[in-house]
Design a protein around this ligand. Structure first.
Ligand code: PMP
Ligand code: GLU
Length: 398
């Protein structure tokens, strides 16, 4: 009954692991979940009020497929400031989360067999979405020595006559690595030599940057001329703690935005009207709240990094943004646990969940074995307890 595409489709591993942890909790187990990339703080009060007001004012009907004009205007202003360019609302499309927007972007640019350059470690859904859109992911393995970032040389070498797009994600999920201005200059120089390649810049964590500007550098800051073939993707989920409201968007050249909007109009239709109205207020009136969330996040990063670094055999990458620790567990691989040699990150993650009731995501899901991803968007109490469980697990290795 199932199509070939669906027979091969695996569900998102981050969502699957988060669901498993939730189920164990519901069954009465004392589980700590550092799996899903989701703020543990709540949607800001002003945004919630705006959502309630929208319901009371019966703003509950279909909206234009690409979003309500006030939201497109607010996004145009926000992203215009970030990339230092005047954005017209016709260069914005709003959809049901950045995830679907990325899929719409890939669908808008890919023909069968087209290649998309995906630096690894990558966010779990990129390769699958490329395939669903008919393309072929071309994985570029990035090294710890370059902080898991793609170099200009690697980008140049990955380019072929079939390359149609390149995916950038800074700060990165899963590593938290952020491309510096200099690194973006070098990547932009390569991209300028390949005028038919579209840049899909997934900026979903760019306001959760630990640098002094609290904003990640963007490829369009260093090379504005790329705008005509760049889609800047972002959304409400992370900085505004609105994962469940399902609002994401793309900013880019009208020709691509129009195609994406048509695709949206034939598939999801518009995103939730109530969520869109709440997002207008969040973007316009919640700057302070975003700043405060970032301060709290930085504190938690420092707290968790300090604790978890003391677990023997772990080496931790210091993230420059987002809310993940990318943990090298290669020293544990090959060690004996309960009489069996640990062979990969999946086995370690399974043992942590089964025996320590600690849920984390294995590096394999992000394209690189020998690592775990831990979300630190969690309470310090949970982060402390997670460290204790890591230590308990480690004490049984030989
Ligand atoms: N890109 C990255 C890198 C992410 O981590 C996420 C989080 N799910 C998304 C896109 C999609 O976010 P959402 O669909 O919630 O807007
Ligand atoms: N981006 C989040 C994560 O990586 C949410 C999960 C998902 O959408 O797959 O955990």
């Amino acid at each position: 009954m199932l199509s070939k595409r669906m027979q091969e489709l695996k569900p998102s591993p981050t969502l699957a692991l988060a669901a498993k942890a939730k189920q164990l909790k519901a069954d009465g187990h004392d589980v700590i979940s550092l799996t899903v990339g989701e703020p543990d703080w709540t949607t800001y009060a002003k945004a919630k009020e705006a959502g309630k007001t929208a319901i009371d004012e019966n703003k509950t009907t279909y909206t234009p497929a690409a979003g309500i004009p006030p939201l497109k205007a607010a996004i145009a202003e926000l992203i215009g400031q970030q990339i230092q360019k005047t954005i017209d609302p016709s260069q914005v499309t709003v959809g049901a989360g950045a995830k679907f927007i990325i899929y719409a972007a890939l669908t808008a640019v890919l023909d069968p067999g087209d290649e998309v350059i995906v630096p690894s470690p990558y966010w779990v859904s990129y390769p699958t979405m490329v395939e669903l859109a008919g393309g072929e992911p071309k994985i570029v393995q990035c090294e710890e020595s370059t902080d898991f970032k793609m170099t200009a040389d690697q980008l140049e070498q990955a380019m072929t006559s079939k390359t149609k797009a390149v995916l950038l994600n800074s700060p990165s999920n899963p590593t938290g690595a952020e491309y510096s201005t200099e690194e973006l200059v070098a990547l932009a120089a390569v991209l300028k030599q390949h005028p038919n390649v579209v840049i899909i810049s997934d900026d979903i964590y760019n306001q959760l940057s630990f640098n002094s500007e609290s904003l990640s550098p963007h490829i369009l800051n260093v090379e504005p001329s790329l705008f005509d073939r760049c889609l800047s993707i972002n959304g409400m989920s992370k900085a505004y703690a609105m994962t469940g409201w399902r609002i994401g968007w793309a900013v880019g050249p009208e020709v691509l935005i129009k195609a994406m909007a048509s695709f949206q109009s034939q598939t999801t239709g518009a995103s939730s009207s109530v969520s869109q109205w709440a997002s207008v207020t969040a973007i316009k009136d919640c700057h302070k709240e975003v700043e405060q969330a970032l301060v709290a996040l930085k504190e938690r990063k420092t707290f968790f990094l300090d604790k978890i670094s003391k677990v023997p055999g772990l080496s931790i990458f210091n993230p420059q943004g987002a809310f993940y620790l990318w943990v090298n567990i290669n020293q544990w691989i090959g060690q004996s646990y309960k009489g069996e040699a640990l062979k990969d990150s999946k086995q370690v993650a399974e043992a942590l969940l089964n025996d320590e009731k600690l849920a984390v995501v294995p590096g394999q899901e992000f394209g690189l074995d020998g690592y775990l991803r831990l979300s630190f968007a969690a309470s310090t109490k949970d982060l402390e307890e997670a460290t204790r469980r890591f230590l308990n697990f480690q004490s049984q290795l030989s």
